[in-house]
Design a protein around this ligand. Structure first.
Ligand code: FAD
Length: 220
């Protein structure tokens, strides 16, 4: 992307994500759970059992100052904070791997294609990790590219079509995830109430929930 001189638009949120694995008492039944509170969402993503116990990956987003504080805690204090934050959705959580830290940004390339080049995945778009969009969007990029390149790989018209197909779709998803993330960050009381109402309404309405799941799965 840089070699082609394709620019990006980047939005920084001042948030970071701590990522690590946990084991827990209750099975996850292969369901991913997001707990929304001020600071950012806390997500449990199902993993295969570890040491004979149910296990999940945690993605814990907070303001950068708070992730620095959490990282400096000793293990017992960190697990207390972890269990307070998870609201007990999978029973008691135990930290199973070291913490890795990720800056949270939204970013989109100005173009998704150039001469003989297509940008896919995070070279094209980066989103906050909410609603499991990242990998699915990347697979949709590949799907579209495979379709368009079948006849003549590298064809300039087909690459322009790839850009026209994928960029608006990626931008729309980015705006949606940006709104959810901002709602999740909101600290003031009225905004918190609004966020709770919006998220409650979103997840309570079965057709909307199905739509979000289909979007997360990259289905059209
Ligand atoms: C904390 C966190 C949690 C996430 N959770 C989810 C989730 O639950 N579901 C989901 O769908 N998505 C999730 N995502 C998003 C997902 O990780 C990304 O969408 C996906 O990894 C992007 O794939 P990629 O191939 O573009 O980049 P990457 O997976 O980052 O792969 C790029 C690779 O290129 C290598 N590389 C970089 N520079 C060079 C170089 N110069 N030469 C050679 N190799 C190089 C890197 O080492 C890396 O291996 C999450 C992201 C984060 C940060």
């Amino acid at each position: 992307r840089q070699a082609l001189g394709i620019g990006v638009r980047t939005r920084r949120y001042g948030q970071k994500a701590l990522a690590f694995a946990v084991t827990h008492d209750r099975p996850h039944h292969n369901v991913s759970t997001e707990v929304h509170r001020s600071g950012g969402p806390f997500t449990l993503v199902p993993l295969p059992d570890r040491d004979g116990r149910p296990s999940s990956a945690v993605v814990w987003m907070e303001d950068g100052r708070e992730t620095a504080r959490l990282k400096s805690l000793d293990r017992a204090a960190f697990e207390d904070a972890l269990n307070a934050r998870s609201a007990g959705v999978l029973g008691h959580l135990r930290q199973a791997t070291a913490l890795s830290e990720w800056p949270i940004i939204s970013q989109i390339a100005d173009r998704f294609a150039g001469p003989h080049v297509a940008l896919i995945a995070e070279a094209a778009h980066v989103l906050p990790p909410i609603g499991a969009q990242g990998l699915n969007m990347s697979l949709a990029d590949l799907d579209s590219l495979l379709d368009l390149m079948r006849a003549s790989p590298g064809d300039a018209d087909a690459l322009r079509r790839y850009d026209r197909e994928r960029r608006p779709e990626a931008r729309a998803r980015m705006l949606g995830i940006d709104a959810l993330n901002r709602a999740s960050q909101a600290g003031s009381r009225p905004l918190r109430d609004l966020r709770a109402a919006a998220l409650g309404g979103l997840y309570a309405a079965a057709p909307v929930r199905r739509l979000m799941m289909r979007a997360g799965l990259g289905m059209r």
